[in-house]
Each structure stands twice: as C-alpha cells, then as structure tokens.
Write a protein that binds this ligand. Structure first.
Ligand code: NAP
Length: 237
C-alpha cells in the first residue's frame, strides 16, 4: 500500500511551486526515485537551485515559469509543458499562498479573490489546459491542508476546501481513464508559509517537508489510497 518498493522509472512528473518548501522537497525525492521532472514557480533563480539538486540525483529537468495569478502565464506554461514532454504520468499541484488569515465573513473581498486565484482558479485552469497531456493511469496530487473549510482561515481555508472539491470531481470525471486524483494533506511543515501563518512558533518543533513526501511518491508510483490522505499518518496503519 505504501508503494515504497516501486520506482518511478522515467515517469514525467510536473511539480508546481517547486522553488522551495514542500514542492522542492517533492522534486528532490522524485528525482531520487527516477522521475523526469517539469518544475514550475515564479522565482526562477530559486527554482534553478532545486533543478541543480535534481540533476545531481540524475534526473532530467525542464523549468517552466508559471504565475498562477495570470491566465496568460497559465496558458503559456501549459503550452511550454506540452512542447517539452509528450505525456505527463504524474502531476503535483503544490503551489499555494496563504493570503490574509481571519474570518471569511470579514476578509477583504479583493484579497480573497487574489488568494483564490492562486490556490484554486489558476489550478483549475492549469489542469484543464493539461488534461489532454495527462496520461491514462496517471497520478494527480492536489496539496491540501488542515485549514480546508476551517473557520478563521479566510480565503486560504476557502481555497483548500474548493481544491478538495475539485479533486473529488476530477477523480470521478477521470475515473474512466484510470487517473488517480488524490488530495494530500502534508500537515504542519517547516516552510516559509508555516512561518508566515505561525510567527510565534519555534520552527524546530515542526518537521521538515522532506518527512512528508511519502504519500505523494506512492500515488505517483501507482497506489490509490482514496480521495484524501494525511501525510503524517502515512504508513502507520
Ligand atoms: N507548510 C505547511 O505547514 C503546510 C501545511 C499544509 C499544507 N501546506 C500546503 O503545501 C503547499 C506548499 O506550501 P509550502 O509550505 O511549501 O509553502 P511555500 O514555502 O510558501 O512555497 C509555496 C510555493 O508556491 C509557489 N507560488 C506562490 N505563489 C505562486 C504563484 N502566484 N504562481 C505560481 N507559484 C506560486 C512558490 O514559488 P514562487 O514564489 O517561486 O512562485 C513556492 O514554490 C501549499 O499548497 C500549502 O498550502 C503547507
């Protein structure tokens, strides 16, 4: 069930938000397990440092600029990905922003829309554009959060709830092609986003993102654990 024994054997995998944090940890782990990578972010200098690590591990890499706030950037990224690879056997929709936290009933609507653009709308657009490129029996991971639908988490909580709904819908709509769509909740991790959400916290008390990549690898290796999994509980049962 954990998929630990399998390799990715040259599978082509897209990772969004690969320039730091969880996305960078996923990219490095995928490289170590034999994947070929398409890595996206807005910060290309930082992304190039992750690419360097992945190439050191023997992985082929393509870097594609992607700004989820811009429909034109999403469309250009999808076209660049289609020129770079004939198929994607895996997709990891990891990019996200926190936006202003607080009650959704009073969160500024403009700020809400900007956050949802990255955390939901841009991701819908990208998946729609990539759908013809996604291989039958591919794995598609949507990175979610404990904050999905949780009061007090503003547009971030709203966006993650929407992303989980998107996962359920695509899971059904793409079932005929054998595509596994799985929302993975990594839980708290030592990243820039976590520090922004919890500035009072000692970062040493939360695990590094490299300790939360196992279910993502498993889904991409062919395991279907169901529509939503918690990374912290992966492999414990
Ligand atoms: N950290 C946690 O405790 C935690 C817990 C639960 C869930 N998560 C989820 O895990 C995922 C990764 O979070 P993280 O903690 O690794 O955050 P992070 O360190 O802030 O990384 C976020 C990534 O998203 C990319 N990104 C931000 N804005 C973007 C945009 N407009 N267009 C395209 N890419 C953009 C960033 O790259 P650029 O800045 O280069 O564009 C970066 O690579 C997120 O979906 C987050 O919600 C995190």
């Amino acid at each position: 069930m954990t998929g630990d024994g399998a390799t990715l054997d040259g599978s082509r995998v897209l990772v969004t938000g690969a320039s730091r944090g969880y996305g960078a940890a996923i990219a490095r782990a995928l490289a170590a397990h034999g994947a070929r990578l398409v890595l996206t972010a807005t910060d290309l200098d930082r992304l190039a440092r992750v690419e360097h690590d992945c190439r050191e591990a023997g992985a082929g890499c393509v870097l594609v600029p992607l700004d989820l706030t811009s429909a034109a950037s999403v469309d250009a990224a999808a076209e660049a990905i289609a020129r770079a690879v004939p198929r994607l056997e895996g997709v990891v929709m990891n990019a996200g922003v926190l936006g202003p936290l607080g009650p959704i009933g009073t969160t500024d609507v403009g700020a809400t829309a900007r956050t949802l653009q990255v955390d939901l709308v841009g991701q819908v657009r990208l998946l729609q554009r990539l759908a013809p490129l996604i291989a039958d029996r591919a794995g598609v991971v949507l990175v979610t959060s404990d904050a999905a639908g949780r009061p007090g988490y503003g547009a971030y909580g709203l966006g993650k709830a929407g992303l989980e709904a998107l996962g359920l819908m695509l899971r059904d709509e793409w079932a005929g092609r054998g595509i596994r769509v799985v929302a993975v909740n990594p839980g708290p991790m030592r990243t820039a986003m976590r520090a922004e959400a919890h500035p009072e916290e000692n970062p040493a008390t939360v695990p590094p993102p490299s300790e939360r990549v196992a279910p993502v690898l498993a889904v991409l290796k062919g395991v279907d654990p169901g529509p939503r999994v918690q990374a912290a509980e992966w492999g414990l049962s």
